[in-house]
Structures are given as C-alpha cells and as structure tokens.
Ligand binder design. Structure first.
Ligand SMILES: [Zn+2]
Ligand SMILES: [Zn+2]
Length: 325
C-alpha cells in the first residue's frame, strides 16, 4: 500500500510502498478514505514529542471503511488503554499510564490502510463526507474536551484560530456561549474567518479584548500566550492549554494567577468525548472548512500548517485500491 512514512524526526515524510497491515484479534482493517492533519503530527515530525515508534505512519484523524463489511468508522488519537490503571478506573482513560496513541505508538492514517482496535473506533456522523468528518476526530474532540473543561463559561476566548478553534467556535455558539477569537497579529483573513464562524470579536493575540472572559482556550503552541490569556480572564476564570506541546511559558507576575484563576492543560480524549461530539456534530450542524491534499502531498500540508497558512483544517484524501489487491 502507499504510505507516507517518518523514518526519523526532523526529516520529511517519505513516500513508501508498505505491506498492507494485518488486523489482529479485536482489530479491524480499515481502508482509509481521508486522514486529517493535526498539529500533533507536526510535533511528531519535528521531533517535539519524545518517543514515536519508528519508522512510523503518522496521522490520527482517520476516516474509512472496515474491510469486509464496509462500515464507516473514524479512528482517533486514543488507540488503546489498559482499562485497569487508576486513571482508567476513574473514567480518565485519556490519562492511562499505558495508553497507545494512533500515529505515534501505532501506525496511523497517512496510508491506504490502517489497523485499529475496534473498541476505540467511532461510528461516523451522518451528513459528512470523509474529508469533512476527518477534522472532527482530533481537532474537534480535543477542542470539545477543552471547552468542557472550561465549565459553564459564558464568554470564551479562543487563542489560535485553526482546525480546533473553527470547530469549537461552532459548538460554543450552539451552547449559547459568546466567542472571542485571537489570531497571529495582523492576520486579518484569520480574524475574518473567526467572525464568520460566530466570534463576535476577533483580533491579534497582543490586542486587549473588549471585555474580560470567563475562560480562555489556547490552541496555538505558544507559551507566551499563557500570561496574555490569564490577564484576559476574570477572577476564578479558567485558562485551558489544549495542545500536546507548547513553547516555554515566560515568567509572569503572580498577580495574573491570583484571584483563584485556574491554569490547566487538556490531554488526549476519552471515548465518551468522542461519542458526545460526534452526536452533536450533525445536530448543530458543524460545518468543517477543509483544505484537501493528496496523500503524497503530506509534507506540503505539514509545511503549510507550520507556517499558519491553512484555513480551517488540512486533510489528506486517500484513494485506495480495492482490498486485497
Ligand atoms: Zn489505564
Ligand atoms: Zn490531533
């Protein structure tokens, strides 16, 4: 099968011809139709995450059909958990001590076929093409979990208006929240995009927002945004860091945290997060804005994301040969 393979962090993906993977007990073989490109993929490729399997097929927003019965499924980042550690037993399988992640510990979806533990696959929402559904599987899920951790915040600031924020803004508006969007300074197009998705105000990250927020979610991997976001939330407000990697957070006066403000991260997803968001997606309905690339153009998609030149979400479109050929 055709696949884009990471041989070593810091090097571009290599177009390769790999043997079709074989499903083990409890696993499904999925013919990939589309795979979303996540910022986490970029962190893996750039060597910012410590221990990827190598060589590795990256990609964890996989939409495809189960070979054999043709069922449409989505394969997310959470690929396997032990079900028995203290976190799993507490309903926090996202923090499982022995979790395996798709496109990191296990081969992912930048390929014609992928294998997944069936228990961690999701049924797909109706009304979405494969390319449109792919960004829901991580950008959407992590964003949804981050928004849940913001509690009942009525005014929410979103820092970094990429794949996640463009979905979360729609969920937040649907829940009756008010949304404020931040982009890189001077990104007028990004700010217009944020407003088109329901942000009542959008500006550059160094701009002072028009009013204080009840919560802020930081999607951009930029530690310098943390003090800015803390400054923007009210007393007892929450700042959620939604990325798996962030540059160092600069020191800041304690006064910014004082007043019972909370600073926290969000890590991975639970299957419940996925079930909730995928049920909500057609109801809202969420409209994903996608730039599609051919599988072989994965490096181009990653480059564009690295330099912030993707509007909405990047997705690789895969056209596989029929199974068994
Ligand atoms: Zn566990
Ligand atoms: Zn992701």
């Amino acid at each position: 099968m055709r696949a884009m393979v990471l041989d070593a962090p810091g090097s571009p993906l290599r177009a390769a011809d790999l043997p079709e993977p074989v499903a083990g007990p409890g696993e499904v073989l999925v013919r990939v139709a589309a795979c979303g490109v996540c910022r986490t993929d970029l962190h893996v490729v750039d060597g910012e995450l410590p221990r990827p399997k190598l060589p590795l097929v990256v990609g964890h927003q996989i939409v495809g059909e189960v070979v054999g019965d043709g069922r449409g499924v989505g394969i997310p980042w959470l690929g396997w958990t032990d079900g028995e550690c203290r976190y799993c037993r507490a309903g926090l399988e996202n923090l499982c001590e022995r979790a395996q992640f798709t496109g990191y510990d296990r081969d992912g979806g930048y390929a014609e076929y992928a294998v997944a533990d069936e228990r961690y696959c999701f049924a797909l929402p109706s009304g979405f093409s494969a390319v449109e559904a792919a960004p829901l599987l991580c950008a959407g899920l992590i964003g949804y979990r981050a928004l849940s951790l913001a509690g009942d915040a009525a005014r929410v600031g979103l820092y970094g208006f990429g794949a996640s924020a463009h979905i979360v803004a729609q969920v937040a508006r649907h829940q009756g929240r008010r949304v404020f969007g931040f982009t890189r300074d001077g990104d007028d197009e990004g700010q217009e995009f944020a407003r088109s998705l329901g942000a009542e105000w959008a500006g550059g990250s160094s701009q002072v927002p028009p009013e204080e927020f009840d919560a802020a979610i930081i999607f951009a991997p930029v530690g310098a945004l943390v003090p800015l976001a803390l400054r923007a939330v009210r007393k007892a407000g929450v700042v959620v860091c939604a990325g798996i990697h962030m540059s160092d957070i600069p020191s800041f006066p304690y006064e910014l945290l004082w007043g019972e403000r909370v600073l926290r991260s969000v890590a991975n997803l639970t299957r419940l997060d996925g079930e909730e968001l995928l049920a909500l997606a057609p109801e809202i309905p969420i409209r994903t804005e996608v730039e599609a690339f051919a599988l072989e153009d994965a490096n181009d998609a990653l480059d564009r994301m690295r330099s912030g030149r993707i509007r909405g979400a990047a997705v690789l479109r895969t056209t596989a040969a029929a199974a068994g050929t």
